[in-house]
Design a protein. Structure first.
Length: 265
């Protein structure tokens, strides 16, 4: 299906469902500013192609195993939620380098080396993939102005075995100069997670708030986690440590009311 005959269309939301008889969905609309693509049921499709040079807000949730194509860069993009398992996701991520807010679920090789997110200030990263720690370090390295980092498991875990953590030889620049808020949802306090948390606390010079929301509801386990984290050295004297229950959704990253109102992944 090709959508290209709407020269003044600015907002489009597409829900893919069983029986829609669409294999490859192609959106070519020069005027489009907001695009939301969702797959509502377990259907086999060939994926999608997007050609929307004026796009400002993008939301995609599609586990097709098919093709994900971006035919042009999107220089006006401001915010995106990208949760896909299709092929060639690097085309999507490499076209989003001018955005300020990103929610994403990625594998390690999901975007090309050398991709820099010069304007990214808010990052919401899914922790379900076995290589998410490597993705995190890459995104921190490639986002020099990042101010807000949130880690959260959006999907069922695919970690077999548990992720392997290797501390980088160089501290990412955003930890040294810009990161102010660090939040971790479904924090389990595993050895790998504790090492990552300590690395960020130890090296983030302007951190104002670090919040951990445990997956466990056991009071004793929460107390042990809090004690371990509170004893970890903190580079920033301003950093306030918080541990407790709180509920977030994947739309929290977006300040723009257009996505908050319509994006309900």
């Amino acid at each position: 299906m090709i959508l290209s005959s709407c020269p003044v269309l600015e907002n489009l939301m597409v829900d893919r469902c069983q029986g829609d008889n669409v294999d490859l969905f192609v959106v070519r609309v020069a005027s489009l500013k907001v695009l939301l693509l969702r797959k509502l049921s377990d259907i086999n499709t060939h994926g999608f192609v997007i050609d929307t040079p004026s796009l400002e807000l993008l939301g995609i949730e599609e586990a097709t195993g098919g093709f994900c194509g971006i035919e042009q860069n999107m220089p006006k993009i401001e915010a995106a939620n990208v949760y896909v398992t299709c092929n060639h996701t690097e085309q999507i991520i490499s076209s989003l380098t001018s955005l300020e807010q990103l929610g994403v679920c990625l594998s390690q090789d999901a975007y090309p080396e050398g991709t820099i997110f010069n304007w990214l200030v808010r990052l919401h990263l899914c922790t379900c993939d076995a290589q998410w720690l490597n993705v995190l370090m890459r995104l921190l390295k490639d986002s020099p102005k990042l101010r807000i980092l949130r880690l959260e498991q959006f999907h069922s875990k695919k970690i077999y075995p548990r992720p392997c953590w290797k501390e980088p030889s160089h501290v990412p620049g955003c930890l040294l100069s810009s990161l102010e808020t660090f939040e971790w949802m479904e924090y389990e306090g595993t050895e790998e997670e504790m090492e990552v948390a300590r690395f960020i606390l130890r090296n983030t010079s302007r951190l104002k708030r670090a919040a951990f929301y445990p997956e466990s509801t056991n009071a004793e386990e929460e107390l042990v986690m809090l004690m371990e984290l509170s004893m970890s050295p903190r580079c920033s004297p301003m950093c306030q440590l918080h541990l407790g229950p709180r509920t977030f959704t994947k739309t929290d990253i977006f300040l723009d009311h257009r996505l908050n109102r319509s994006l309900k992944f």
